[in-house]
Design a protein around this ligand. Structure first.
Ligand SMILES: [Zn+2]
Length: 375
């Protein structure tokens, strides 16, 4: 049995002082008030549930599309652990079928080998809208075929999330995906609010990077953004790097959806956890200037955001409480993924995944299954 003493602990619901955490086989056994940290590892700072990021294209200098293999997943996971993410969905941007299969095989191997932090895969595309493609390569955007359907239904690749444009995928096919346990997210889409609501009816559960690359809210057409904000049960990923979404729009989204339905995502490219400036992807050059990644012409190309920064931005600039910011990074995405009995909270029976934050909300240490992986 491992013992840890936390002076300050946010368990996902409340903040408590002087708590003794015991861990057995990677799972929290008990959390109890204690006076002294005898025989326990002291955790100095605010201990919070590990962050869960449902959209990670890369990290540590590696882009998953360019290197769809286990080594890349290991590097990406390590890079994001330094910023508090204890579980990630490696995300494959629209690509050809072969790369999709390699990516799925890599995730299957990573899960079989127990690579820490890899819990599934997010296929962002290829069934998207051409007008809202962002940097997704035009030549690979296509309608869904039996091959992709079979890939999405694989049972050896952990949790599967698929981002699709509902104007290009029928409600019958959305239902089929949902039946197969796939989390369907709507995004890179020009759908009307009506088409969006039909997809939600069919079982779609989320929206990918709310506001970005989706039909906007307008006076006579509410668009995908309007439908997403109105709907109270679906989950929205939000990129709080202040490059993708205006602060007021972020605040509006959190007000409409509540922190129980907004998920902080990084949409990180290879740059996170690396000093990389230039990245080649699908014949495009992506350049970093400060915290902004763009292709020629200025179009945004993913982010250089890490989860701890997203939390700091939420607290400092969106005026969220630290509890709400942590929730949006941990319990909300965990619940979206169906892991609400496993991750996102610190309580007996939950995974011993936590982050120790400094007073300024930088990461001091990261633990996965009771083992220190950073700090
Ligand atoms: Zn995207």
């Amino acid at each position: 049995m491992q013992r840890f003493f936390a002076e300050n602990l946010f368990d996902g619901i409340t903040i408590r002082q002087n708590q003794m955490i015991t861990v057995e086989n990677g799972t929290i056994h008990s959390i109890k008030s204690a006076q002294f940290p005898d025989n326990a590892t002291q955790l100095l700072g605010l201990v919070v549930p590990g962050f869960v990021d449902v959209q990670v294209n890369g990290g540590g200098g590696v882009l998953f599309n360019n290197q769809p293999n286990v080594d890349a997943l290991f590097t990406m996971s390590r890079a994001h652990q330094n910023y508090g993410s204890t579980a990630i969905l490696p995300t494959l941007i629209t690509d050809d079928l072969e790369t999709m299969q390699l990516a799925a095989d890599a995730v299957a191997s990573a899960i079989a080998q127990n690579v820490k932090g890899i819990i599934g895969i997010h296929f962002e595309g290829p069934h998207l809208s051409q007008p809202k493609k962002g940097i997704h390569p035009t030549q690979h955007i296509r309608s869904i075929s039996h091959e992709e359907m079979a890939l999405f239904k694989r049972t050896d690749i952990g949790l599967v999330c698929v981002t699709l444009a509902p104007e290009n995928v029928s409600v019958e096919l959305i239902k089929e995906l949902v039946q197969a346990n796939v989390k369907v997210c709507l995004g890179h889409s020009n759908a009307s609010s009506e088409q969006t609501l039909a997809a939600l009816q069919a079982g779609a559960q989320g929206f990918t990077h709310l506001f970005n690359a989706m039909s906007p809210l307008q006076s006579r057409e509410a668009g995908m953004v309007g439908a997403a904000l109105l709907d109270s049960t679906s989950y929205c990923g939000l990129i709080v790097d202040h490059e993708h979404v205006d602060k007021t729009s972020c605040q509006l989204a959190i007000k409409c959806k509540t922190p129980d339905r907004i998920m902080l995502v990084t949409d990180a490219m290879s740059h996170v956890g690396s000093d990389q400036i230039e990245l080649q992807f699908a014949g495009m050059q992506i350049n970093r200037q400060g915290n902004k990644l763009t292709i020629e012409g200025g179009r945004l190309a993913g982010s250089a955001l890490d989860m701890a920064s997203a939390i700091r931005h939420s607290v400092q600039d969106l005026h969220c409480s630290i509890q709400d910011a942590i929730k949006m990074a941990s319990s909300t995405p965990s619940t979206f993924l169906g892991l609400q009995q496993q991750k996102g909270y610190l309580a007996p029976g939950f995974d011993a995944d936590w982050v120790v934050l400094t007073e300024q909300y930088y990461v001091n240490a990261t633990y996965i299954a009771g083992e220190q992986v950073f700090g």
